[in-house]
Design a protein around this ligand. Sequence first.
Ligand SMILES: Cc1ncc(COP(=O)(O)O)c(C=O)c1O
Length: 478
Amino acid sequence: MTLDVDAPRSLYLQLADVLAGQIEAGTYGPGDRIPSVRKLRDQFGVSLTTVLEACRVLEDRGLVEARAQSGHYVRPRRPPLRSEPEESKPSSGAKRVDASLAVKLNLGIGNPQEPTLGAAVQGPELMPVAALNRLLGHVLRHQPAACHSYDAPPGSPVLRRSIAQRGGDAGYAVSADDIVITSGAKEAVYLSIRAVTRAGDTVAIESPAYYALLEVLSSLGLRALEISSHPRHGINLDDLAGALESQPVAAVALVSNFSNPTGSCMSDEDKRRLVALLDRHDVPLVEDDVYGELVYEGPRPRAIKAFDSRGLVLYCSSYSKTVSPGLRVGWAIPGRYQNEVELLKLVVNQATAVAPQLALAAFLDSGGCDRHIRRVRRTYRDQMASMIDAVERQFPDSTRLTRPRGGHVLWVQLPDGVDAMDLHAAAERSGIRIAPGPMFSPSGGYGNFIRLNTGFPWSETTERQMATLGQLVADRSR
Ligand SMILES: Cc1ncc(COP(=O)(O)O)c(C=O)c1O
């Protein structure tokens, strides 16, 4: 077996692919030691560094673990104990959105942030706080005039260039001029939806859907058309095609990779099919991709934007999940709606604060950002594994749960008869916050689902909270 030195894919990734294939095929089973780094070096005729990088990639993918002084061993794969929820069956017809529940329920977003199972937020351990503080201090000291002046849309050219350069990771090729900096992904989604709709229009959304999207639709007087979605593969494209055939739809909106709340991730084939469908009907898509970078293993999934040649996709993302939500830096790539989004940004809040934009640009351009993202992917993977393990140990057998391959939210279907709102109230009395399913539906659906946040390091408190929650569920399922 040889590697191709002329291929665009780096040698270490090629080597990792070969080894991953052998693990997949059972050549090396759980607990087996893969050949030593020296042996791999000689076998494949590459440098030790290349082999070590390949092993690191396999660790990142969760396929092997390093044992001190001993080598790399294939990690055990435990079969899942609980099944996953079925594809959703939302109520049909476009309806006005009642997002009051989402607004009313305090999910535990606070400042400073306490660990919570409710809001989809991460702990400071998952953020490069020291590096960001240094860079913020640096830009404030060295560029005080820039930092304290108004910026204008589309935002800092340096940051837009850095973001454009990193677009290849998500499969899209854009220039700095195609990007509008926003105050977080939430603003990018808000401006994008506003740019392509008018009050009374219908927006087709995946169901369940990110509750802040529902708040946007509600605040703009839009109707939501819920489309069934699979907890692993995302929106059902046949159902979406049927909806686009049968009624006027102003836009489609969804989270393409590791959606909130299900963690679903669309395949490349579905992404391509979706773009073709949108092209056929000339309907824009607001794509939210805040979690794409947080893939646990393997390459980062591509954005739907990667398949868009006609500018119908308004891509929205941010550095809130990967770097820091408090910096409030996100961006939109609005395609053919660039002018509308830039104008709306100007109208809504002129521009995003300059110092965070410049500090972030410096962080992105340092090797530190890639190292940081590689590190947090592993941490998120481990935290998710701990949460899944806790649900399997503590919740009744008939509980179902998703198995996200990225991000930090877990979607749990409670046993029949357990009401998520009642559970939410009981949990809150015990000092535990969770996100009840009805928050993720414009019509109060998902009454026996909850979403759990896995953004904090596992602790004794989390273990205790999960035991209490499991008991509360068991009490209600009898
Ligand atoms: C799907 C999704 N989009 C957007 C956001 C918010 O992003 P930002 O903090 O960058 O506005 C979140 C936060 O939970 C999210 O889950």
